[in-house]
Design a protein around this ligand. Structure first.
Ligand code: CNA
Length: 315
């Protein structure tokens, strides 16, 4: 009731860092919604900052993109996967070390306060930080899947790593094997009709079906793709328990993940830790600045020590 009355009087319920410390201290089911801003200090650019991926793509002009978002558009990917794979090396997780912000989330887990970390990031730095209760809302580079309808072969992200760093389009081993078998069958059929086994220059040759056939796509969610059902299931479960939402390093511009804020009970206090303010959604407190510096300050105030960094070598 006090909250409602204060809201009616337009008085903010929480004003100060003391309030944040108090909220974290008495909360035991904290949901953390993270975004690219918690990984920028690890050397991975975000999307929308002035030195982010979108600005870089526009500046470089080396990709023929009407809109920088097309780099992560499913339809565009299927038309021309080589564009994404000439760029993917710059965001592929390799030897990045989790930031203090990742380690802060891990610390919440160690203190038994983390209900779930919903991350929009695809860099797998949550795993590198040892966070267990994490949901990769937009998938990750940990796996890749064949885009050929009816195939869908999955491989570990490490299987396409060399192609990514060589700027090659990775192709599906199953599709390649099927293609080889088809070729052999055609050649045999031709031979039985009296032709040469190795003379394969017929007009109906469909060997050259690339792009599209057998292209492996990292299991990250592109624009135009649905989120996995896990997102809805977790949200349904967590909304019953959550007592604090901490939003970190995200512009909250990508739906449906951004809608998580509205799906939690309205009584849940929301703390934003971000370099830039969020103006399109109601936050109870906005701690604006570098997330790593902010969490370091919070830890000192809470009397907590961040766990030491570990390199990410898993993908
Ligand atoms: P975004 O829209 O680029 O927003 C990032 C936000 O973080 C901005 O509001 C920045 O002001 C803020 N920010 C940047 N650096 C810091 C910092 N050091 N401290 C505090 N705040 C900072 O990215 P979102 O995550 O909101 O958008 C979701 C997209 C981004 C998802 O689909 C991701 O897959 C995608 N993405 C992920 C990565 C990654 O995995 N590291 C990198 C780039 C993009």
């Amino acid at each position: 009731l006090a909250r409602i009355l204060r809201r009616r009087e337009k008085l903010p319920l929480y004003n100060t860092v003391d309030d944040v410390i108090d909220l974290i201290t008495r909360s035991n089911n904290i949901v953390v919604l993270g975004g690219a801003g918690i990984s920028t200090s690890c050397g991975i650019p975000d999307f929308r900052s002035k030195d982010g991926i979108y600005a870089q793509l526009q500046k470089e002009g080396k990709y023929d993109l009407a809109d920088p978002q097309d780099m992560f558009d499913k339809e565009y990917f299927l038309q021309d996967p080589s564009c994404f794979f000439s760029f993917a090396h710059s965001i592929f997780p390799s030897n990045f070390v989790p930031s203090p912000s990742h380690r802060f989330i891990k610390l919440l887990e160690e203190k038994d306060k983390l209900l779930r970390n919903y991350t929009q990031n695809i860099d797998t730095l949550e795993e590198a930080a040892g966070i267990k209760r994490v949901l990769h809302c937009h998938g990750s580079f940990a796996e890749a899947q064949c885009t050929t309808p009816g195939c869908g072969r999955r491989v570990l992200g490490s299987a396409i790593k060399d192609d990514i760093f060589a700027h090659n389009v990775p192709t599906c081993p199953d599709c390649a094997a099927r293609e080889e078998a088809k070729k052999l069958q055609r050649a045999k059929a031709k031979k039985s009709k009296g032709g040469s086994l190795w003379d394969d220059n017929d007009d109906d040759d469909d060997d050259n079906a690339f792009p599209g056939l057998g292209v492996m796509k990292p299991c990250i969610t592109f624009f135009g793709e649905k989120l996995s059902d896990d997102f809805d299931h977790c949200l349904l479960e967590d909304r019953e328990k959550v007592d604090l939402l901490i939003v970190m390093g995200t512009s909250l511009k990508v739906a449906p993940v951004s809608e998580l804020v509205g799906h939690l009970p309205h009584s849940t206090p929301v703390i934003l830790i971000n370099r830039t303010p969020v103006v399109h959604m109601a936050m109870d407190i906005q701690l604006l600045g570098d997330a790593d510096i902010i969490v370091d300050h919070l830890c000192r105030r809470l009397g907590w020590t961040l766990p030491p960094p570990k390199p990410n070598t898993d993908v």
